[in-house]
Design a protein around this ligand. Structure first.
Ligand SMILES: Nc1ncnc2c1ncn2[C@@H]1O[C@H](COP(=O)(O)OP(=O)(O)OP(=O)(O)O)[C@@H](O)[C@H]1O
Length: 656
């Protein structure tokens, strides 16, 4: 933001600004686009790519292609040029002329197409033309579903508003930060925040005042208006003026009149620049799906990473515990590429550091859906979805982390045979998602379950994490709304046992499913889970006999893909190995081997009762060095979960 000036110069500036604002208001009014209109394609718009004809006093701006052709303040134009923004994207071309006329906007455009600038520029220009100053308090609120995205939006505001004189801030984060925010929040002209944090200020910050609010923005609007934020958004709307400009943007925009009415939109311009597009995802995105049995997921993920060591990859998993577990295990197995993890249980400052680091490095980021929306991470080569997305929208946002702003990118989704209904949904015509099925080459599929099991023997604390990963994964599937795609009863007890073994677990954890209660509420599930966890460190998985007898072993296609026999017999298709194309080993092999010195007491051993669900003779046992030995059905020994004291805790991802 601009530095203070001497009195005389300041007066001169104020007069110049008053003049500029008057001219801008006249121009915007005189040449405003008709409501409901969209700009013609750039090639057809008059003067496309050239500076505005100086001759006409108020040149047309509804069809221009350059930021310089728009009725924007010079300070904004200078800031845009300084940051390399010259030509507008489709959504910016279509939305900005209407937004500058102070109209409400319901904007939809593909991921990575520049929606942020489409709302940041109107915010800055609106406050400038209203002569808003630091002493005027809160003039604009921008709501974001996550702290990271709020931080990213604020960075764009700082770039575009560099030469203006506004104050702004990101109010996010945990409980303790709010005290410091309370002293400043009223003096901020632009607030970028999550709904929960803003409600906290309405409830707790004395004289927190938004009565003069000029403009409200909802980024990822469909998620903000979703039931998850309902009470918070309703509370916010009740505290701010109804007469204001409102801008809603998303790649998967809601059209629910009910939802839109909640934010008191007034005759919004519905701007969906890709509605007629052939695909709902970026044209530069190559999308693949593979049918992967549950117990093969980690093997497939490991094989993929080993063959893409020079790629920047985001891996989506469905729960925090899975992210932590897979990150820790793969870190110990050292694939030859730096690994990072990201989830909502991390402090905001840690999340920011990881995103910043991931932006600058070629590495693999294991993440929950915290990073699935909005995050603009540079040059992601691959998005890998190990766990099935909960909806088409969730799929679109996840894969939208790559192939951003005309760059190329690839995505790969693992689907269990039992989840093939999701593939049908994605391939349905109305989804407009050009996804291709790929079959990996069998010989490139590395089996790492025994390696994982050895790591768990060496690091018993990871066993508990592995059990939690198993439990939270099944719970995440169980709680999904779409029962056509997510139906645990399609899996057999043997498959769950095999899945547990693929996580290196010597015993299949237990979750007591009350399968006769069809709709166990999330709260009951959590209570049950907590009770379960308290009662025994080793929860057991009990398949309800009724469910078990209904289960039919996968036959049909999946026998062609992955017969239950050892993988070598698999009748894998030779074609199209582009997904697991072999790569030369990464040049960046400065992966420090983890120096772990076990300083604790000698580990106690205790006997486990035989896990009835694992067929006799199939349990893997380990010697004291953690090496797997031929499975015996007699007794499995599990190393007690005493902590291994790590030589240098800093070796651990902060998330652990
Ligand atoms: N006019 C432009 N010229 C050049 N680069 C641009 C332009 N507009 C946006 N970008 C760049 O494109 C990238 C994606 O922009 P942005 O994050 O706003 O996309 P988005 O539509 O909000 O994506 P998502 O739907 O995932 O939130 C950013 O790196 C941004 O700097």
């Amino acid at each position: 933001m601009r530095r203070p000036q001497r009195r005389g110069a300041a007066k001169k500036t104020r007069l110049q600004e008053a003049d500029e604002i008057r001219l801008l208001d006249e121009w915007i009014e005189a040449a405003k686009p008709l409501s409901g209109t969209k700009p013609p394609p750039p090639s057809k718009s008059a003067g496309a790519g050239k500076a505005p004809p100086a001759a006409r006093k108020h040149p047309e701006y509804s069809a221009c292609t350059l930021f310089d052709e728009l009725p924007l303040s010079q300070m904004t134009k200078d800031a845009l040029r300084k940051n390399g923004f010259t030509e507008m994207s489709e959504i910016q071309r279509a939305a900005l002329p209407h937004a500058l006329c102070r109209r409400d906007i319901l904007g939809a455009a593909k991921t990575g197409s520049g929606k942020t600038l489409a709302f940041v520029i109107p915010v800055i220009e609106k406050l400038y033309r209203e002569r808003w100053g630091p002493e005027d308090g809160v003039g604009c609120i921008i709501l974001s579903p996550t702290n990271d995205l709020a931080g990213q939006i604020f960075e764009v505001i700082k770039k575009v508003g560099e030469f203006h004189n506004f104050s702004g801030g990101v109010i996010v984060g945990r409980r303790k930060g709010i005290e410091m925010e309370k002293e400043h929040v009223n003096s901020l002209n632009i607030l970028v925040c999550t709904p929960g944090r803003l409600v906290q200020h309405f409830n707790e910050t004395a004289n927190f005042d938004c009565s003069q609010l000029q403009i409200l923005v909802l980024d990822e609007a469909d998620q903000i208006l979703d039931h998850g934020f309902k009470s918070q958004v309703d509370a916010i709307i009740s505290q701010i003026p109804k007469v204001r400009q409102t801008l809603l943007f998303s790649a998967t925009q809601t059209k629910s009149v009910k939802d839109l009415a909640r934010v008191s939109l007034r005759d919004p311009e519905y701007i969906s620049v890709h509605e007629e597009a052939r695909t709902a995802t970026p044209d530069t995105l190559e999308q693949y799906a593979m049918i992967v049995p549950l117990e093969q997921k980690l093997n497939m993920l490991w094989s993929f990473i080993k063959r893409h060591l020079n790629s920047k990859t985001i891996v989506f998993l469905s729960s925090v515990k899975q992210v932590k577990f897979v990150f820790e295990i793969f870190k110990k197995l050292r694939p030859g590429v730096p690994l990072k993890c990201m989830h909502g249980r991390m402090r905001h400052v840690v999340q920011q550091a990881i995103v910043a680091d991931f932006n600058e490095s070629t590495s693999v980021l294991f993440s929950t859906d915290l990073t699935s929306r909005g995050l603009d991470i540079k040059n992601v080569d691959w998005v890998v979805q190990v766990d099935c997305p909960e909806s088409i929208d969730n799929y679109i946002h996840r894969v939208g982390r790559t192939a951003r702003y005309n760059k190329k990118g690839k995505s790969l989704m693992f689907l269990c045979p039992e989840e093939e209904a999701m593939l049908e949904k994605l391939k349905a015509t109305e989804s407009k998602i050009p996804i291709h099925i790929r079959k990996p080459k069998a010989e490139q599929l590395e089996q790492i379950s025994q390696n994982i099991a050895s790591v768990l023997v060496k690091f018993p604390n990871l066993q508990q994490l592995g059990r939690r990963a198993f439990v939270t994964y099944l719970k995440s599937v169980y709680l999904q709304k779409d029962k056509k795609v997510f139906d645990l009863s399609k899996f057999s007890a043997e498959q769950f046992a095999a899945y547990a073994a693929s996580l290196g677990l010597p015993v299949t954890p237990t979750i007591r499913f009350i399968s006769h209660k069809k709709n166990v509420s999330k709260k009951d599930m959590v209570d049950l889970d907590k009770k379960q966890m308290k009662s025994s460190s080793k929860p057991e998985f009990i398949i309800n006999p009724q469910v078990n007898s209904d289960l039919t072993m996968g036959d049909g296609d999946d026998d062609i893909l992955y017969p239950k026999k050892p993988i070598a017999d698999a009748n894998m298709d030779d074609e199209l190995d582009d997904v697991l194309r072999p790569k030369e080993p990464a040049t960046d092999t400065n992966i420090e081997p983890e120096k772990i010195i076990e300083l604790g007491k000698p580990l106690r051993k205790k006997k486990l009762k035989i896990n009835v669900h694992r067929p006799v003779g199939t349990r893997v046992k380990y010697d004291d060095e953690g090496n797997a030995i031929p499975p015996l059905a007699s007794v499995a020994e599990e190393v007690a979960s005493e902590p291994v004291v790590h030589k240098d805790k800093s070796l651990f991802c902060p998330c652990f």
